[in-house]
Ligand binder design. Structure first.
Ligand SMILES: NC(=O)c1ccc[n+]([C@@H]2O[C@H](COP(=O)([O-])OP(=O)(O)OC[C@H]3O[C@@H](n4cnc5c(N)ncnc54)[C@H](O)[C@@H]3O)[C@@H](O)[C@H]2O)c1
Length: 334
């Protein structure tokens, strides 16, 4: 992997984890910017070589910086991506990349014109060894044909949307903010893509708060290979933060709960492989590693960009289905 990249990081919540990863993979984090000066000073204490900035433009205008990591609030991502492209920076952007479909097309077209610019997002679930092994098993046909999947993004952190920035920015979508991880995980795992969605949303859990948007969405998804899935973004659940998954194949079934993973090998409840569910126990910075490895390689660039645009396009289709109460076919950007 080429290592002499200079990095600028904007936003120091999850952005602090980006910094750790860049250093781990041999890059130099040159500059950081956050609205909160105290956060910048704390990071500077930890990594004295980092320069703190008084504006994001100090990062965009620095010609030595080759990569910007965008970990700001969702509503800033779009403009920061545009500035990044204009200044010829490679871009690692937190999900959701943008909040409007029109913005998505704009970024897509700019990336088509600027083939030297790489972009990827922080999809982390597919780095869990539990899910990596499950995918291997599925591709090995151990489960037979997968015909149905259920995936719930149980947020369990309601306060973050009723009291934090998520409830205060001009628009927040639980699908774009949470369910996107399940869309990415399932599609990656079964290696097929979603062609049609029908979705519903409601807002029971936050009805006494200032949060204005649906706090729960549920979607039925039709895949190109005929598989059906149900995905939910359940932000109000009385449940810990958890990614619940059930995979039904013609030969085996996978399910997980907070405690255990069970793989059913027969219709008898006795024939089951039960293991402790430690799917969260893994290093969460590998998306940055893949991004760094992809830089300068057109085939990898294409793969990562497709993955980012694919998942968010499905989420926008879910949004439209809820809004118009219609089944929505997905036309991917080309
Ligand atoms: N991939 C994941 O699993 C994952 C997990 C958590 C958050 N996120 C995403 O990361 C982003 C940040 O979320 P967070 O949880 O770190 O929030 P946070 O509140 O913990 O931290 C965000 C920080 O960014 C700063 N900030 C926001 N906008 C800024 C801007 N325009 N310029 C400079 N500083 C800015 C804030 O002052 C704050 O310090 C969001 O887009 C969120 O959706 C992704």
């Amino acid at each position: 992997m080429k290592k002499n990249f200079n990095i600028g990081v904007i936003g120091l919540g999850v952005g602090e984890r980006h910094i750790e990863s860049y250093f781990k993979f041999g890059c130099k984090v040159k500059k950081i910017f956050d609205f909160d000066k105290k956060k910048m000073l704390l990071i500077k204490k930890k990594y004295p070589s980092i320069e703190i900035c008084s504006s994001e433009n100090d990062i965009f205008n620095d010609i030595e910086i080759n990569i910007i990591s965008i970990a700001s609030y969702d509503n800033y991502h779009f403009n920061q991506i545009l500035k990044g492209i204009k200044n010829e920076k490679n871009i690692f952007v937190e999900k959701p990349m943008v909040l409007k479909e029109a913005h998505l097309s704009k970024v897509f077209n700019l990336l088509k014109k600027n083939k030297n610019i790489h972009l990827y997002s922080n999809f982390i679930l597919s780095e869990s060894p539990v899910f990596i092994n499950l995918k291997k098993s599925i591709l090995n046909n151990d489960f037979g044909k997968i015909y149905s999947v259920e995936a719930d993004y149980n947020y369990g952190r309601l306060k973050k949307i009723t009291h934090g920035w998520r409830g205060k920015i001009p628009y927040y979508s639980v699908t774009l903010g949470g369910g996107i991880h399940m869309v990415d995980l399932i599609s990656w795992m079964v290696e097929s893509h979603i062609v049609e969605v029908k979705s519903y949303g409601n807002k029971f859990c936050t009805n006494k708060s200032a949060f204005k948007y649906n706090d729960c969405t549920v979607s039925l998804l039709k895949f190109a290979n005929g598989m059906i899935a149900k995905i939910s973004s359940n932000f109000g659940c009385v449940y810990p933060h958890f990614h619940k998954l059930a995979i039904y194949g013609t030969k085996k079934t996978f399910e997980n709960d907070i405690e255990n993973i069970r793989i059913f090998k027969s219709k008898s409840k006795n024939i089951v492989k039960k293991t402790k569910n430690n799917y969260k126990n893994y290093y969460k910075g590998n998306a940055i590693k893949f991004f760094l490895e992809s830089i300068g390689k057109q085939s990898l660039r294409k793969k990562l960009i497709e993955r980012v645009f694919y998942s968010i396009k499905v989420c926008f289709a879910i949004e439209r289905s809820i809004k118009n109460n219609k089944t929505v076919k997905i036309n991917y950007l080309k």
